[in-house]
Design a protein around this ligand. Sequence first.
Ligand code: TUI
Length: 308
Amino acid sequence: MNKVKDMLGCEYPIIQGGMANIATHVLCAAVSNAGGFGLIGAGGFDKKRVKEEIIKTRELTDKPFGVNIMLMSPHAEDLSDLVIEENIKVVTTGAGNPGIYMEKWHKAGIKVLPVVPSVALAKRMERSGADAVIVEGTEAGGHVGELTTFTLVPQVSDAVNIPVIAAGGIADSRGFDAAMMLGASGVQIGTVLLASKECPVHENYKNKVVKAKDTDSVVTGRTTGAPVRVLKNKMSRQYLKLQKEKNVSLEEMEKLTLGSLSKAVFDGDMDYGSIMAGQSAGLVKEIRSIKEILDDIYLNSRTIKENL
Ligand code: TUI
């Protein structure tokens, strides 16, 4: 018995990260079809686009899947209605507090799994009625908190009574096992999925993840209040340089990052694109199918094989 598998109705307690611009119906359906729990990453998409993604996902899989809502998006409110209208059963959230939507989502029978970067927020989410928390360490890619997965997961596990799903730095069965030992009932993965055959990112992005070594990621924006982990390139170096200079406006910083995720994802611009990826890129050595990746994590896990 596993609380996460039971709650989500999937074969493996492995859920896919939200991954703005990347987690479309293609990735979502591939993860769900491989036994994990796929999600459409709404990112900055509007209601119409996310609805199309939901429809297309349903054409590709009859397995359960969910929607990730990035709460900094200007469309978050619209999307909070869309998931009800479209009879979505699981919502994960990122980059904010989903408290204001919790009641209507629960009335609609939606399970709510917020991503949290601290014990305080995990406790607040439990009080607001969250069904589980996704505890994300700073090893993760994209928008991150300060604490590591290794220290945060056991602290949150001690502090809440709802299931804990560990995220940040997990790319293989060793990470999965470590997370389970720290008190998690499941994991969320993102970076390792970037290097999959099915992932709809530019080949340059996939190859950059495969080539990355342990020290190749960096967090930009820690001092401006928008910390984002990316793989190092000209853009990240320029950003960090500007960050150190006095009298550089936030607008100027934003100009640099504006549209930069799309540049990396769609155009394969590895110099000026924002290559969001986590520290686990250093663990990713080849491009595999999603099925191979999920089987490698779950079927090689000692906690599963030896029933620990
Ligand atoms: O959300 C993520 N990762 C993301 S979102 C994203 S899209 C983006 N693009 C450009 C700039 C910024 C974002 C890319 N990656 N992960 C989940 C996550 N949530 N990490 C940290 C948090 C978080 C932070 C603060 C969750 C809640 C929170 O609450 C603050 C409060 O109390 O309201």
